[in-house]
Each structure stands twice: as structure tokens, then as C-alpha cells.
Design a protein around this ligand. Structure first.
Ligand SMILES: *[C@@H]1O[C@H](CO)[C@@H](O)[C@H](O)[C@H]1NC(C)=O
Ligand SMILES: *[C@@H]1O[C@H](CO)[C@@H](O)[C@H](O)[C@H]1NC(C)=O
Ligand SMILES: *[C@@H]1O[C@H](CO)[C@@H](O)[C@H](O)[C@H]1NC(C)=O
Ligand SMILES: *[C@@H]1O[C@H](CO)[C@@H](O)[C@H](O)[C@H]1NC(C)=O
Ligand SMILES: *[C@@H]1O[C@H](CO)[C@@H](O)[C@H](O)[C@H]1NC(C)=O
Ligand SMILES: [Cu+2]
Length: 253
């Protein structure tokens, strides 16, 4: 629970105790932002019957659960999701398709303070089918959006995140995991906004991606990149230059 004084601060600052959550359900490739859930696996679990699917954009919290891979239900919502053919070295990305701001008629932007990251995992399903792949294989990090300067995050108020697929990524079918973290100072309250796109990478290959991690397993709730130390509610508003993200370093190819 928030302390009353923090709650008052929030109301003053943001006008309401709204949950400004968001979801990265529009994949971007070939300079085109695609339709919601066209290339991104659907969020199918944890939905209230009367929510009009608005609660698809609710954050996820449990780093020890398999849903941390691709969001709630993302392990099994491959069938029906298209696979984008992407050239290694090209720019891809994710855009927010819905957010809690829509009720106020505001644009869909990354509202919370925290870093963004992207990971790839080669399908290990039989016959390299991607639809059936649950993301239980190894992952490597290909992008990181950290602090812009000591007081502001690169991703704050952006409509999404764009980054490149490393040029020497081995060709194949991959889950591409996007993640934005709202880092919090109360233990086990950091919010994870996670989705996965389905892509087939084409290109020269030749790289050896790593370090490799698994989800769950890659993150520790006690990591100071997740459980941040400052006790100001909307941390961090300063000291960001000291921030170290969880997970492995970025593989650049
Ligand atoms: C890329 O986008 C252009 C239009 O911007 C389209 O004509 C072309 O077919 C697209 N290519 C692929 C591979 O999707
Ligand atoms: C990502 O690229 C697309 C296509 O070029 C662009 O429309 C979008 O604004 C970019 N997003 C960000 C966050 O820069
Ligand atoms: C996503 O999943 C929800 C819940 O199962 C379902 O109601 C909705 O139709 C699905 N959307 C798409 C695009 O598949
Ligand atoms: C963290 O919170 C999640 C629920 O969001 C819970 O399932 C999990 O057991 C908690 N973990 C710890 C170590 O407290
Ligand atoms: C940090 O970035 C923000 C947002 O662009 C900017 O308003 C602010 O002046 C910057 N602060 C410093 C110390 O450069
Ligand atoms: Cu939120």
C-alpha cells in the first residue's frame, strides 16, 4: 500500500490514481507499424470477463513464473500469430497499441520510469515450428534502453522502442521478447510489461549469440536493477547514472 502522503502526491502530480499501464502489441518492421496482435503473441490469461480486454495491458510481476517470457498466456498463443521475415541488421521495434491512458484520450506512451530491453530466443520446437515454441530455450539480449541522463530514462514518454537485429544473428525462427520495467523500491512490486513477436531472421549469420539465459531464471527479485534502493515513490528521478540493468549484457553481433 502507498502511504497516504505518497497517494496525495500522486493525485497532485498525475490528476488521478489511474493505472497508466501499456502494452507493446504492435510489431514494427520494414518501417511499418503493424496491427495489434498481428505479429505479437496475444495476452490471453488473467483477463476479467467484463474488461473489454482492457486488462491485457496490466503489468506482470512474477519473475519466477513462465509467463515472464512472453506475458500472460504468451507461451501458448503462437497459433494465429504471423511471423515477420526480418533482415539481420535492419531496424525493428514495438509500439504501444493500447494503454490505460486511452480512457483519458491521451496518446499511448511509455508512462513509467524504467529501462527497456529486447531478447531473442531461437525456436527449439520440433521441425523449428515457431507457433508451438514456448520460449523455454535460451535467450540473449540484443537491446537495452537505459538512462538518458542522471534524471531521465530514454524510454520515458516514447511511443515504443526501435532497435536493430544484430547483423550476424544466425538465421532462423525466433521469439523476440520486448520488455519495459517500471522499477520500484518496494520489494517485489516492480512491473514488467512483456510481449513477444514472432520473427524469422534472414541474413549472413556467423555470430555466436551470448551470454545465454533462461526465463524464469534470468532475473533475481533482489537485483538492484529490479528492486531499486531509493525510497521516493516515483524513483528514480536522480542517480540514474548508477543504474545497472538485470540480465546479461547486450550481444551486438
Ligand atoms: C516493405 O514496405 C513497403 C511499403 O512501405 C512494401 O511495398 C514492401 O512490400 C514491404 N516489404 C516487405 C518485405 O514487407
Ligand atoms: C519506430 O519506427 C517507426 C517506423 O519508422 C516509427 O513510426 C516510430 O515512431 C519509431 N518509434 C520510436 C519509439 O522511435
Ligand atoms: C486474444 O485473447 C483474448 C482472450 O482469450 C481473446 O478474447 C481475443 O479475441 C484474442 N485476440 C486475438 C487478436 O486473437
Ligand atoms: C512476488 O509476487 C508474486 C505475485 O506478484 C508472487 O507470486 C511471488 O511469490 C512473490 N515472490 C516473493 C519472493 O515474494
Ligand atoms: C535530462 O533529460 C531530460 C529529458 O530530455 C531533460 O529535460 C533534462 O534537462 C536533462 N538533464 C540534464 C542534466 O541534462
Ligand atoms: Cu502502469
Amino acid at each position: 500500500m502507498l502511504l497516504p502522503i505518497a497517494a496525495i502526491f500522486l493525485v497532485l502530480r498525475f490528476g488521478a490514481l489511474a493505472n497508466a499501464h501499456y502494452i507493446f502489441n504492435r510489431f514494427m518492421f520494414n518501417d511499418t507499424i503493424t496491427k495489434p496482435w498481428e505479429y505479437v503473441r496475444n495476452i490471453t490469461e488473467g483477463l476479467a470477463a467484463d474488461s473489454g480486454l482492457a486488462d491485457q495491458y496490466m503489468p506482470y510481476y512474477d519473475v519466477s513464473d513462465a509467463n515472464i517470457r512472453c506475458g500472460r498466456g504468451g507461451a501458448t498463443s503462437g497459433p494465429g500469430t504471423k511471423t515477420a521475415t526480418v533482415h539481420a541488421g535492419s531496424t525493428v521495434g514495438f509500439a504501444i497499441g493500447r494503454s490505460a491512458d486511452e480512457a483519458r484520450g491521451e496518446p499511448y506512451l511509455i508512462y513509467h520510469n524504467g529501462p527497456g530491453m529486447a531478447y531473442l530466443s531461437l525456436s527449439t520446437s520440433p521441425h523449428l515450428s515457431l507457433d508451438a515454441y514456448d520460449g523455454s530455450g535460451p535467450w540473449f539480449k540484443i537491446a537495452y534502453f537505459g538512462p538518458k541522463n542522471d534524471t531521465n530514462w530514454l524510454t520515458r514518454d516514447q511511443p515504443g522502442m526501435n532497435f536493430s537485429i544484430p547483423l550476424t544473428t544466425p538465421p532462423g525462427k525466433y521469439l523476440l521478447r520486448i520488455e519495459h520495467m517500471y522499477v520500484r523500491s518496494a520489494f517485489n512490486t516492480t512491473q514488467f510489461y512483456v510481449e513477444c513477436a514472432q520473427i524469422e531472421v534472414v541474413g549472413p549469420g556467423g555470430g555466436e549469440p551470448g551470454p545465454l539465459v533462461r526465463f524464469p531464471g534470468a532475473y533475481d527479485l533482489r537485483d538492484r536493477g529490479i528492486w531499486v534502493s531509493d525510497d521516493v515513490y516515483n524513483w528514480p528521478e536522480k542517480g540514474l547514472d548508477e543504474y545497472k540493468p538485470p540480465g546479461p549484457p547486450v550481444w551486438t553481433g
